[in-house]
Design a protein around this ligand. Structure first.
Ligand SMILES: *Cc1c(COP(=O)(O)O)cnc(C)c1O
Length: 374
């Protein structure tokens, strides 16, 4: 960062440089911290360990080379949305796409949150829900999970009723805990919002749904206050592209399109999302092998003395050791980077390991055994 005095160069006679002042409501905001350290084994950001197949890149670059680069992209992303709709078994009018599901969530909050409105989150969960809420001026109401990170559906429904949040976030499988929310909990919250006099919306973040036993997408219908957000970043091995989407009632998709910046989704991004859907077989193979590895790593963690591993329906596992911070440092020294939650509220001594390739998982397990023994 440049200090204010560094801006006052020669010939600058503007006087004392004060610089802009950020919004009062953002004064205690912290950025998104997930350190990117250069080590041999990086298992910290839940990406896929496998790139898309070479045929994907061939098909995508061929499409990009034929694109009208001098024209703005299709604002409605029709090709991508209809391909996605077909893949998901939903009408294209119920699909909204953006630059990563984070932009989907931001657009939802710009539309249905904002000043004077609130979003309910159940912690611990994905930090960006509360973060994006604050950035959009939305008040954050925090509900608590049980010590084992499960959500008590009755208290969740009570909060929806008592606090009357405009937006409710639920993440399933949850990040960073990995736990799959039962369908009944999602149904109970949607029903309560629908029955409430004050309108509201449940956003189910399904960034990891393909690794889990069920999805709320089939509950989305016109008139139901439910949106399901998905991403190409994890399962589709396309984190670098920044593409996400949500399935929502048609009226909500129309409103999101009004709020999001025009032409926000570039032609190469739209084409990447469409072309990727020709390779669903490859995706299924990747998902299956990652789930097999997840179960293997989970069993190995559970067998270790001094490790508490939490059940996961995603491509990562949360675990707790006696000295989480020391364990994290030891793993890093051994060349294995995992996500450090050891000093986070509610997540004392917890670390999260992304499932990688079998040899990366072996390296992680071997390093962990060594660290715990020392
Ligand atoms: C990784 C992740 C996302 C993905 O965000 P993108 O912007 O699509 O990369 C969204 N939600 C959760 C819970 C995640 O863990």
């Amino acid at each position: 960062m440049r200090s204010p005095s560094a801006c006052a160069g020669p010939g600058n006679d503007f006087g004392a440089v004060t610089g802009p002042k950020r919004r009062e409501d953002l004064s205690d905001l912290e950025g998104y911290h997930s350190p990117q350290v250069d080590v041999a084994v990086r298992l910290n950001t839940n990406e896929s360990p496998y790139p898309p197949p070479p045929e994907f890149f061939e098909a995508w670059t061929a499409e990009v080379s034929r694109a009208d680069a001098h024209r703005y992209p299709d604002r409605a992303a029709r090709q991508l949305r209809s391909a996605l709709g077909e893949f998901l078994g939903v009408p294209a009018q119920r699909v909204f796409c953006a630059n990563g599901s984070n932009e989907v969530l931001q657009t939802l909050l710009l539309t249905y949150g904002g000043p004077g409105r609130t979003a309910l989150v159940f912690e611990p969960s994905y930090v960006l829900h509360a973060h994006i809420a604050r950035i959009t001026g939305t008040g954050v109401v925090t509900g608590e999970r049980r010590p084992d990170f499960t959500l008590d559906p009755d208290s969740a429904v009570r909060m929806v009723e008592d606090q009357e949040p405009d937006v409710v976030f639920l993440t399933t499988p949850n990040n960073p805990t990995g736990m799959v929310e039962p369908r009944e909990t999602v149904e109970a919250i949607v029903e309560r919002i629908a029955a409430r006099a004050k309108p509201g919306l449940l956003i189910v973040d399904e960034a990891y749904a393909e690794f889990s036993p069920w999805s709320a997408i089939d509950m989305v219908a016109d008139g139901v206050p439910l949106v399901v957000a998905r991403t190409y970043s994890k399962v589709w091995s396309m984190a670098a592209f920044r593409l996400g989407f949500c399935v929502a009632p048609e009226s909500i998709v129309e409103e999101l399109e009004m709020v999001v910046l025009p032409y926000h989704l570039s032609v190469p991004t739209q084409l990447a999302g469409t072309v990727a859907l020709r390779f669903t077989g490859d995706m299924d193979v990747r998902v299956t092998s990652i789930m097999t590895e997840r179960d293997r790593v989970g069993a190995a963690l559970a067998a270790l003395d001094g490790v508490e591993a939490f059940p996961s329906g995603a491509n990562f596992i949360l675990f707790r050791t006696a000295g989480g911070q020391t364990t994290w440092e030891g793993l890093l020294e051994a060349g294995v980077l995992v996500r450090n939650f050891a000093r986070w509220p509610r997540l004392d001594d917890c670390l999260r390991v992304t499932i990688g390739r079998p040899e990366e998982n072996d390296a992680f397990l071997a390093a962990l055994k060594e660290v715990l023994a020392s």
